[in-house]
Design a protein around this ligand. Structure first.
Ligand SMILES: [Zn+2]
Length: 451
């Protein structure tokens, strides 16, 4: 089909709506904003609760969702993935664990039992093979309501709901161990209201999966989760920057961990309280799972980086896994002085891992990344420490069999570098092969290696 923009839609109605929106935004941009809508807005919080209508913020947001990525300046990233912490040579390992982290899990009509039968065949045993396996569950699962998928054109309120069928797909079709922990605080957490939050927590409990970021009971010890494996205690906390304009009743704020993470000078006191609590119960390593940042941008905006550095400098969290951008963003190492541990330390942030399971209108959203993070606890002459030893990024892309419509997550390296040997491309559909291939090369070179 003919396309004005870089997006793609599936139905005729979606096609018409997409192009009308595209033309509308194009005209608004030219007539009222001098062609500036594609450029980032300083300190943009991207939180619908605080938009005024009409405003440059809302049109810029619409531009990103229907026209394309914003024009970004490439920010300076202090140090990249391969410039990693060096563990002293003389040490004795006490414990070692692998933490595998994936991106957003989103409900789309495309994902059915039939189309996803082979979804995990290529990557499942590697991804689910970690000691602690994590992703961000970006939908409530309210069992008393039917499934609601993400519409192909996001117009008006979008209220997701998952069901056991889509959850089994997310969880590796029950062919692997499945997830150990899922974050449930994100901008869709309140899509099904209070009953949706509670139902999701109980549903995950029934599957023996830990949820973090939403809680039925009050108190700091309920807001955090701890997993102990191989002699290492890992603490998890999770927050979302927005609830898409939904407001949790004041007497139920314990339900969702919500802080305006994208705003300047946001309140860090709850995160600090959680870190202090986790350290008081002997946790060795703390992971912050934050749903924040700006959507459809390849780099974290300057204020998002500043907010991240502030979290590190005031709390000393060891690792931040970010999500929400719908595409891969860089991984960065940050050195600072930690006031709680009273020492120089080094933490790591993965700003966004992309849509792990999703079917967004843009071609690049079929590509995402999971991280294999090796954490070691070791003893030196005078201290015991827990640090990241190795971090291995795995870029993946979703492919579709042309004749059967079956979907499969594949390693991008295999598809783009060893494709003809490994796959039969006659039957394999990869959305916009060439642009995704060049994007893959860009991700690989720019984000995951030393420049
Ligand atoms: Zn999100």
């Amino acid at each position: 089909m003919f396309h004005l923009g870089v997006g793609r839609t599936r139905s005729f109605k979606g096609y018409i709506l997409f192009h009308l929106t595209y033309i509308g935004i194009y005209l608004i941009d030219k007539l009222f904003y001098n062609g500036r809508l594609k450029f980032p807005i300083d300190d943009f919080e991207e939180n619908p609760l605080y938009y005024k209508f009409p405003s440059k913020e809302i049109f810029h947001f619409a531009y990103k969702y229907y026209v394309g990525h914003v024009k970004e300046e490439i920010p300076v990233i202090n140090s990249t993935l391969y410039d990693q912490e060096v563990i002293p040579l003389e040490y004795e390992i006490i414990g070692e664990i692998s933490f595998h982290a994936g991106g957003d899990l989103l409900p789309y009509a495309k994902f059915t039992k039939q189309t996803c039968e082979n979804l995990w065949d290529e990557i499942g045993s590697d991804f689910f093979g970690g000691d602690i396996v994590y992703a961000n569950l970006e939908t409530p699962i309210n069992l008393s309501h039917p499934r609601v998928n993400c519409p192909e054109m996001m117009v008006g309120k979008i209220l997701f709901n998952g069901d056991p069928e889509i959850f089994d797909i997310f969880n590796g079709n029950n062919e692997y161990k499945g997830f150990d922990i899922l974050s449930t605080s994100n901008n869709h957490a309140f899509d099904q209201g209070t009953s949706g939050v509670i139902s999701t927590i109980k549903f995950l409990e029934s599957k023996q999966i830990i949820s973090v970021g939403t809680s039925i009971e009050k108190g700091v010890e309920k807001r955090v989760k701890i997993i102990e494996k191989n002699g290492i205690k890992v603490g998890f906390l999770s927050y979302t920057y927005s609830l898409n304009g939904e407001v949790v009743p004041l007497d139920q704020t314990n339900l969702i961990n919500h802080i305006r993470l994208n705003a300047n000078n946001f309140d860090l006191s709850k995160i600090k309280e959680e870190v202090v609590f986790l350290k008081s119960v002997g946790v060795d390593f703390i992971v912050g799972l934050f749903h924040y940042g700006l959507a459809y941008q390849f780099f974290p905006a300057p204020h998002i980086k500043e907010n991240t550095y502030r979290i590190f400098e005031e709390t000393g969290i060891d690792l931040i896994i970010g999500n929400h951008a719908h595409n891969i963003q860089p991984v960065e190492k940050y050195k600072y002085y930690c006031p709680l541990e009273r020492r120089e330390k080094c933490s790591l942030v993965a700003y966004a891992l992309g849509d792990f399971i999703g079917d967004d209108i843009f071609d690049w959203c079929t590509m995402s990344m999971y991280l294999k993070i090796n954490i070691v606890k070791y003893k030196t002459k005078d201290s015991v420490e827990t640090r990241i030893k190795i971090i291995e990024p795995k870029i993946i892309i979703r492919t579709e069999d042309k004749s059967s419509g079956k979907l499969k997550l594949c390693f991008a390296e295999d598809v783009f570098m060893h494709g003809p040997k490994k796959y039969n491309f006659k039957n394999l559909h990869i959305q916009n092969y060439n642009s995704n291939k060049s994007l893959y090369t860009r991700f690989k070179n720019m984000y995951t290696t030393h420049q």
